[in-house]
Design a protein. Structure first.
Length: 308
């Protein structure tokens, strides 16, 4: 076996050693760190956890002067495991490549870290370990000019019941809301037509979410200002560019680490959960019953009213 092939399957610490230059850096390593997590792009990987194995090597600048047994002078191993835990807690991911990139980026935020080797493997998806390995180095950047951080736009949330979606007042409501200068995010529930009913809870949840998304497209067809969105990235862009968004909930709900307790059939409560995650002050509810509990204050409005 050639040296290149051997190194391809060797521990990342051997890869780091082989790639060392004339002035080798010190290294710390994490071996065979296994966690159980829900991850994967396939439907069979949703709703279940699987074992993920992390092997990480971090190259650090050698310390100058005596260490004096002072833990504050070194990059703690805990910072590596904390980086993994922090990225796993952000959102459910489909790709190991994404997770590896984010873990490496977080590790390289540490002032001592110069280069990170990250290998992640799925242990339960096949006859062997299926994985990815990346190498990322700290990028020396010129000092950036001071930039005043623009505050994220605070959206106005609106929930429309089916009577409100069909109302002749719809265009007028949207005129009033868009005239306030705030981004508008509209949420809806399922259409009146009955959805299939299953005993399988996960399948039923997906069907109920898709029913809501069908209704989102019905609303979008009634007013060209309404744009259906299903990711936070697209939503952030749409808000910054003045679009009126209609929330398609499947991806955000299913990928959320903080799984909402509200079920899709409790569409107003589910929309309130999303409004809270977007730091909305409240949510207007037109033509729908209010839940007993909600994550943000709700303001009920009759579907017969032409003024909000």
């Amino acid at each position: 076996m050639s040296n290149e092939v051997r190194l391809a399957f060797a521990h990342p610490s051997e890869r780091a050693e082989a790639m060392a230059g004339d002035a080798p850096l010190d290294r710390i390593s994490l071996r065979d760190h296994i966690v159980e997590v829900e991850i994967g792009a396939f439907q069979a990987e949703r709703g279940v956890t699987q074992r993920i194995c992390f092997n990480v090597v971090v190259e650090v600048q050698p310390l100058t002067g005596p260490i004096e047994d002072d833990v504050d002078r070194i990059l703690s191993y805990d910072r590596v495991t904390e980086a993994i835990a922090a990225e796993l807690a952000v959102e459910r991911l489909a790709l190991l490549e994404t997770l590896a990139e984010r873990v490496a980026d977080r590790i390289l935020l540490e002032p001592q870290a110069m280069r990170a080797f990250v290998r992640i493997e799925k242990l339960d998806r096949g006859p062997g370990a299926l994985g990815v390995e990346i190498v990322r180095a700290r990028v020396a950047a010129a000092p950036a000019p001071e930039v005043v951080q623009e505050a994220a736009p605070q959206p106005q949330f609106l929930f429309l019941g089916n009577a409100a979606i069909a109302s002749p007042h719809l265009a007028g409501w949207l005129d009033q809301l868009t005239g306030q200068g705030k981004p508008v995010i509209i949420c809806v529930g399922a259409p009146d037509a009955a959805a299939p009913q299953l005993s399988h809870k996960m399948a039923q949840r997906r069907i109920d979410l898709l029913a809501i998304e069908q209704n989102a497209w019905v609303l979008a067809s009634r007013d060209d200002r309404c744009v259906v969105v299903d990711t936070r990235t697209e939503l952030d862009w749409a808000m910054k560019n003045g679009q009126t968004c209609v929330w398609a909930p499947s991806k955000i709900v299913l990928d959320s680490v903080d799984t909402p307790s509200a079920q899709p059939r409790d569409a107003v409560a589910l929309a309130a959960w999303f409004a809270a995650s977007m730091e909305a002050e409240d949510m207007l509810v037109i033509g729908a019953a209010l839940p007993q509990e909600a994550s943000v204050p709700l303001k009920p409005i009759s579907a017969e009213q032409d003024r909000l």
